[in-house]
Ligand binder design. Sequence first.
Ligand code: GCU
Length: 347
Amino acid sequence: MKFKKALLAMVGALSLLLSGCAGYGGIKLDSVGDEGTVTYLKIALNQTEEHPSYKALEKFGEEIASATDGRYQIEVFPNEQLGSQQEVLQLVKNGAIEMAIVSGTQLENVNLDFRVLNMPTTFTSIEQQIAVLKDSSIVGDLFHSLEETENIAVLGGYTQGSRHVYTTDKKIEKPEDLKGLKIRVQESDMNIRMVELMGGSATPLSYGEVYSALQAGVIDGAENNAVSYNTAKHMEVAKHFANTNHLIGLDYMIMRADLLNAMPEADREVFYQLWNDSMDYHTQLWNEYTQESIDIALAQGSEFNDVDSQAFFDALAPIKDEFLTTDYQLALYDKIRAVADKMEGGK
Ligand code: GCU
């Protein structure tokens, strides 16, 4: 913990010193990709080494190195070593680190249009989500939208799978059961509202703070996927897991836009292509590890229960009108739903 804080303070101080100074990060932008030049890229992740995202990122790094004859070398820093997602977003923006995995909520706070992809009811399966992420005719503009103003490029994403509610003391079966319970949410207005609509009292906290908040009784529960419930050890302190399935969440791979755009075009294409492959590999690991996580939690005494799904679905219905307010957002939603409906129909 001490080490993490010290490292964070160091990276933070450096980024402050050099913010706005294009080319920082030990990387000279005018020679990126040149023969004989090795570009070192740090990826920040808030998950442990067991998590599918860490494993998929390690593989992505190996594939990038091999496809570019070692001209790009990637190192993944797990466990929030480089900071919380809110912090690493700023560090990528400043050029102090090159890449990070951040949740959709973090990008929502920068551009409200990202809400569309992170809203309950937008997706009903991981397959739909990945198909949309790969379709630049749908998400291309959105993914480039932060490059000039924020120095943030979005390469694509990883699924967070289905998110559910878990609690320390009370079994949850219907929205009324959440009344008066403090449920941790990710830090965004839409996430706060989501839990309120589901009947709970929303407490925004960063991911790394959830375990101790559950343990200390500061919160009564949280909402996340079965994988994080296991890898972040929330299962040790919140034994009731209700299959609310209220959101198929989404993480993004963000990268310094100045760096990505300074690369030779062929290298940039390699990054996009290998990221697309990485999304598939991650999804495969995800599906396997979700079941494994449930098994691990069951073996350690967690109880999983089904809920009144229709009641939660109805409770969440107003979220769309409340949060999608512009023509662009509504049109994006319709385009996504058209893909999703087609996939559902084709099943
Ligand atoms: C998931 C997701 C993370 C996110 C976390 C959270 O684990 O993959 O990116 O930070 O949820 O709830 O904060």
